[in-house]
Design a protein around this ligand. Structure first.
Ligand code: ZN
Length: 69
């Protein structure tokens, strides 16, 4: 076994599994983590700003029983 074999480390699992970009599902780039590029980061940011990520309000009225009476 040579040093090169150790360095290549193809049989060693990476510490962190690479995550796909939330926008286009390509492998994320370390510099733009968790996105693959600055463009996808901006797309995601714009989506947040435009409000389409609005958190749905759970309609929990069915839970509002009078159990504690
Ligand atoms: Zn992307």
């Amino acid at each position: 076994m040579t040093d090169e074999d150790k360095k290549s480390g193809s049989n060693v699992a990476p510490l962190r599994a690479p995550r796909p970009c939330p926008e286009c599902a390509r492998p994320s780039h370390r510099e733009h983590y968790p996105f693959c590029s600055d463009r996808c980061r901006n797309v995601d940011l714009n989506r947040w700003l435009s409000g389409s990520y609005a958190i749905p309000v759970a309609d929990d009225e069915s839970k509002a029983d009078d159990d504690d009476r």
